[in-house]
Design a binder for this molecule. Structure first.
Ligand SMILES: Cc1cc2nc3c(=O)[nH]c(=O)nc-3n(C[C@H](O)[C@H](O)[C@H](O)COP(=O)(O)OP(=O)(O)OC[C@H]3O[C@@H](n4cnc5c(N)ncnc54)[C@H](O)[C@@H]3O)c2cc1C
Length: 407
């Protein structure tokens, strides 16, 4: 047998999705030699609603240029989000700044990684790493053979079940809450839900997050619940509800997609940013905005991880120190979205919920608040409420979220 292959590069990025593309773009632009590892063969599918926030949209256009037509699903854009409540009040909210693209992740992610200029090694799975302080050695697997990479820095942009995080913190995965999300694709017989909006239900009887929207003449019905639950049963329950309450009639499902999600870290400011010369970014770090909107924070945090490497080298500083200083702005943006005080006093989202809420009658406002409180009760077992309030108070008094809570 021949010796295992060994590849040297300045920075190795694990993953070739949006956080990886953004990190790569910064580093390639700065003249670094960068390789991105991707376990799947590109272009790869990605379970995602594909609804991009205005900030995510701006990032893509500014950094990678206009989106190519194959990167969009039909309807090609989304006007905003409609919240639905058990009392049958629905609140449509337009995104600030107008409609945003409905991304086809298979092709948008492929386009972004190509536009970044990084060298991609796809069909290559990260296994583990060793950081000796000067160089990080990564062991990966391609075509049933080990491949070794040696890099000055490694950026883990490998999504919720991050192998990079696991190799730094073996117990991390067992210490956080996991949710299963699943969506089925069904031909539409009749659907009164406005196709220009992403629909979300705050209904404790349906699931921890429940959504629906149209894509390519099919309706997506999605439901999220604590890992270990039964997806088909949860989905059937939502489908029945949509038919009874909203008149949505669909043919049997043609396709099912599902995956596990790490959803809590951004709510309670428990991010994981890595150690030594290994940075964690994107959803692997815990970035997840409200309503499962993870693309904009993946892009921005990814870019910040790339900038941190550049700055650390330029100023001869430890990269963790630089990263943790720079990433605080993205932590603020993301955790503010969950922060009850920021929601009450500010406007952390990219659609104006408060303005839409104010348009309701007094009676309906009381019903919505009651529905929201009822909904939040299903999260009680995670004991996030007190932590969220504690973090909200620190943010209010000190202007920032404490970095001591980050790994
Ligand atoms: C059902 C659902 C709906 C969603 N809807 C939306 C939405 O409408 N809008 C929105 O903004 N966000 C949405 N999200 C969230 C969004 O998809 C993610 O937050 C975002 O993709 C995170 O980007 P990332 O680059 O950090 O990681 P990911 O996109 O998860 O990419 C990680 C990459 O790393 C690769 N990888 C993983 N392990 C390894 C390994 N060991 N070796 C090599 N490569 C590896 C993966 O194959 C993948 O390509 C949704 C998520 C789900 C599950």
């Amino acid at each position: 047998m021949s010796d295992p292959q060994e590849i040297r590069t300045d920075v190795l990025i694990v993953g070739a999705s949006l956080a990886a593309s953004a990190a790569a773009k910064r580093l390639v632009d700065a003249g670094f030699d960068v390789v991105a590892l991707e376990r799947r063969t590109l272009p790869r599918d990605k379970v995602c609603s594909g609804i991009l926030s205005p900030r995510g949209h701006r990032f893509l256009v500014e950094n990678f240029g206009p989106l190519p037509p194959e990167a969009l699903h039909e309807p090609a854009s989304c006007r905003g989000v409609t919240f639905h409540f058990p009392s049958m009040i629905s609140i449509p909210m337009d995104f600030n700044g107008g409609p945003t693209p409905h991304l086809h992740r298979k092709f948008s992610d492929y386009w972004a990684i190509k536009q970044s200029g990084v060298t991609v090694h796809d069909n290559t799975t990260f296994l583990d790493l060793r950081d000796d302080g000067k160089e990080v050695t990564v062991r990966a697997r391609k075509d049933c053979r080990d491949v070794f990479y040696r890099a000055r820095f490694v950026i883990g942009a490998d999504g919720p079940k991050s192998g990079v995080t696991k190799s730094l913190y073996p117990d991390y995965r067992t210490g956080i809450a996991w949710f299963m999300v699943g969506q089925k694709f069904q031909r539409i017989i009749e659907c009164p839900l406005d196709r220009d909006y992403f629909h979300f239900w705050f209904h404790p009887g349906l699931g921890h997050y429940t959504w629906s929207h149209e894509r390519n003449d099919q309706q997506i019905v999605g439901v999220g619940f604590p890992a270990g639950g039964n997806l088909h049963r949860a989905h059937a329950n939502v489908e029945r509800y949509l038919e009874e309450k909203h008149g949505v009639r669909l043919e049997p499902a043609e396709k099912l997609e599902g995956c596990a999600q790490n959803f809590g870290p951004s709510l309670i400011n428990r991010y994981v940013f890595g150690k030594g010369n290994v940075l964690i970014t994107g959803q692997a770090a815990g970035f997840f905005n409200m309503l499962a909107e993870g693309m904009s924070c993946a892009l921005h945090s990814g870019a910040i991880s790339g900038e941190a490497v550049i700055e650390a080298l330029k100023r001869n500083l430890p990269v963790q120190e630089v990263y943790r200083t720079l990433i605080a702005s993205e932590v603020r943006r993301c955790t503010d979205q969950w922060n009850p005080l920021q929601i009450l006093l500010g406007n952390p989202h990219e659609a104006d919920f408060k303005a839409s809420f104010r348009r309701l009658s007094r009676r309906d406002r009381i019903r919505v608040v009651r529905d929201l409180l009822d909904f939040l009760r299903i999260y009680a077992p995670y004991k996030w409420g007190r932590q969220m309030l504690g973090q909200a108070m620190v943010r209010l008094l000190k202007g920032d979220y404490p970095s001591e809570r980050w790994l």
